[in-house]
Design a protein around this ligand. Structure first.
Ligand SMILES: Cc1cc2nc3c(=O)[nH]c(=O)nc-3n(C[C@H](O)[C@H](O)[C@H](O)COP(=O)(O)OP(=O)(O)OC[C@H]3O[C@@H](n4cnc5c(N)ncnc54)[C@H](O)[C@@H]3O)c2cc1C
Length: 251
């Protein structure tokens, strides 16, 4: 967030002009509208404002979708704004306080990631359960082997904890409490659990899981992307640590 460089300059009649580029934006190649955060050039402290931009109007160009390892059904690309006009009614709230909107949007996004990833984990678990009962090795279905069972039990444990934490965090956000620590816990746990589960699913499926285009191989590639999308583990650990220090200071 501190690295936001896209600029917003006031224009006639309460409207604004946006200039700069946003990289790695989910759905940028296909979206009609975008919630864009930009630094206000007319204030010394350069606060961040929230602007609803219409990507079908002049002054904004989109890149081709980036060629990524995973997430291949959600195109990701760049948006370049050149003197892009934003009418006053498309500014969300007080333009000096866009960070409050960004914080809330991040919280909701992180928690929804947790809920969505829990469902993806359920699909991985279903596939693994189906496979371990059908595949035989050394005269037994591989589901008879405790090391194999252990992988699936760990996936289920991670999924259930993720669901519980996600609902608790969503409850805090909707009640208007500061749910940012919990939201970061959810995003961190979702990404690490899904990544580990999908790699372990490849172990369970053996060479069948390593074949390009198989469901497990696709999940595994998405499982790497989720380590980055919505903030990396390092950044979420930083947030959690900052919140802990703040709590201690506040008593
Ligand atoms: C599938 C996908 C979808 C995405 N969608 C969006 C989107 O819609 N909108 C959007 O804005 N972005 C989006 N992104 C971008 C994503 O948020 C970034 O890739 C991610 O935040 C990491 O930033 P970076 O790639 O610039 O890496 P860098 O910031 O260069 O980081 C590289 C490494 O250094 C570590 N690092 C950096 N700073 C610190 C620090 N202060 N402390 C500790 N470690 C640090 C990082 O954790 C990482 O391990 C998406 C990415 C992916 C993969």
């Amino acid at each position: 967030v501190r690295a936001i460089r896209l600029s917003a300059t006031p224009d006639a009649g309460g409207s604004w002009r946006l200039n700069g580029t946003k990289w790695n934006i989910t759905n940028a190649p296909v979206a009609d509208v975008c919630l864009t955060f930009a630094r206000l050039t007319n204030r010394l402290s350069k606060p961040v404002g929230a602007f609803l931009t219409d990507l079908r109007t002049p002054g904004v160009t989109r890149s081709e979708p980036f060629d990524l390892m995973g997430h291949r059904t959600t195109p990701i690309g760049a948006l370049t704004y050149e003197n892009h006009h934003v009418p006053g009614e498309n500014v969300l709230g007080d333009p000096r306080h866009g960070l409050r909107i960004l914080d809330f949007a991040f919280g909701v996004e992180r928690v929804l990631t947790g809920i969505g990833i829990a469902s993806c984990l359920e699909a991985v678990i279903d596939e693994c359960l189906r496979y371990v009962h059908g595949r035989e090795a050394f005269g037994h279905p591989i589901g008879d082997y405790q090391y194999v069972q252990g992988h699936i039990v760990e996936m289920v444990t991670g999924m259930e904890l993720l669901r519980g934490a996600s609902w608790r965090a969503m409850d805090a956000l909707l009640r208007g409490d500061d749910g940012s620590l919990l939201a970061s816990v959810v995003k961190l746990h979702a990404a690490e659990t899904f990544h580990r589960a999908t790699v372990n699913a490849v172990r369970i499926f053996g060479n069948h899981g390593y074949r390009r285009g198989s469901l497990i191989e696709r999940f595994c590639r998405d499982g790497v992307g989720i380590l980055l999308a919505g903030g990396t583990a390092e950044i979420h650990k930083n947030i959690i640590w900052r919140k802990l220090r703040q709590r201690r200071k506040d008593g």
